[in-house]
Design a protein around this ligand. Structure first.
Ligand code: PLP
Length: 369
């Protein structure tokens, strides 16, 4: 049996009719950018998350860039980010001309460790971007405390954690901005590129709206240099259909995760994901650690046997080629984790039979089957 890391055909089968109707309504409306669907999606997403403003954009990367621009972060400024993330987190900082400073993580949640963040603060630090990696909340209370003490902004990279919570409150509603990606494989995925910003601040919201459309709210009165970064009506209509299912589908993901954890219990050399007491995990990824240097072989064997596991991420951001020749700190936990993590196939409707197959191939590859 071949099992991919994610199979989106299950959801298309379940929602195809609703989605086709939503698409066809947009086609009939003849309105494709900044219309009724986008506005309705923004309202519904803001209500779901419990924040004042949601602003639809082209991508999660643009959400990060526009958040930083709206906070007037630029050349000469430093922004503290984890290195254990997708490059886009640091790339956004580079794109506004500021400098990313990489903080080490906790091995339990794979998220930035507040004490390590605090140790990175200098007089140039302007913001922290915690990433809620794999769908697990960062430690928000200590991070907000640090931000307050040093007068820093918090921009949450919530790309992997739509619907995730910290102590009962939705992620993306803690900082000045929450940044979301609706890349098709994310927990709330569009059928193309799309993203969103959230904020409770009216002025920041207005500025972000301006920036997404060439720095103007009134056509042809451009006040700032901005972007063309709007959520289009087709993607908004698709996202509205899927938003109604996201809570239920995140619950299914938690059930899938619980099954893996049960099947992998007490397997030597495997560490199953931990969930901190403050977090409601949404398992964008189900990521185990494989110890004793066995990860790469296991990854290869799974691939040869048709099981789609992935390394998120094989190289920490501070060691990527884009930074070759730049002096970088050593980040021991990040570096160790990038050699141990292995993400297994997960999507809301993966069957228990497929999960059992994944685990049985995994055990036999480890010589335990
Ligand atoms: C997906 C992702 C992004 C970028 O989102 P896009 O919509 O692909 O631009 C940023 N940060 C993290 C952690 C991501 O997983």
């Amino acid at each position: 049996m071949k099992i991919p890391i994610i199979d989106l055909t299950d959801e298309v089968r379940l929602l195809g009719d609703e989605i086709n109707q939503a698409i066809s309504r947009v086609l009939q409306s003849g309105h494709f950018i900044l219309g009724e669907q986008g506005r309705a999606f923004e309202e519904e997403a803001a209500r779901y998350l419990g924040c004042k403003h949601a602003i639809g954009l082209n991508s999660g990367t643009d959400a990060l860039v526009i958040a930083l621009r709206a906070l007037r972060i630029g050349p000469g400024d430093e922004v503290i980010v984890p290195s254990f993330t997708f490059y886009a987190t640091a790339e956004a900082v580079e794109l506004v001309g500021a400098t990313p400073v990489f903080a080490d993580i906790s091995p339990d949640t794979f998220n930035v460790e507040p004490a390590r963040v605090e140790a990175c603060i200098t007089s140039s630090t302007k913001a922290i971007i915690p990433v809620h990696l794999y769908g697990h909340a960062s430690k928000m209370e200590p991070l907000l405390q640090i931000a307050k003490q040093y007068n820093l902004a918090i921009v949450e990279d919530t790309a992997q954690a739509f619907g995730g919570e910290y102590r009962g409150k939705k992620l993306g509603t803690f900082g000045q901005f929450g940044c979301f990606s609706f890349y098709p494989t994310k927990n709330l995925g569009a059928y193309g590129d799309a993203g969103m910003l959230t904020t409770d601040d009216d002025q920041l919201a207005e500025l972000a709206c301006k920036l997404r459309t060439h720095g103007s709210l009134i056509p042809y009165e451009n006040e700032r240099t901005g972007y063309n970064s709007r959520l289009d009506e087709l993607q908004a209509a698709i996202l509205r259909v899927k938003l109604a299912y996201v809570e239920q589908w995140n619950e299914l993901r938690r059930e899938v995760a619980a099954s893996y954890t049960r099947l992998l219990r007490d397997v030597e050399d495997i560490v199953t994901p931990r969930v901190a007491g403050y977090a409601k995990h949404v398992y964008h990824q189900y990521t185990i650690r494989v110890r004793d240097g066995k990860r790469d072989n296991l990854h290869q064997e799974l691939r040869q046997k048709g099981i789609g596991s992935m390394l998120y991420y094989p190289t920490p951001v501070h060691q990527l080629p884009v930074y070759s020749g730049h002096p970088m700190p050593s980040l021991p936990v990040t570096e160790r984790m990038s050699g141990e993590v292995l993400s297994l196939p997960i999507w809301p409707h993966i069957t228990l039979e497929k999960q059992q197959e994944v685990v049985s191939v995994l055990l036999s590859s480890l010589g335990k089957g």
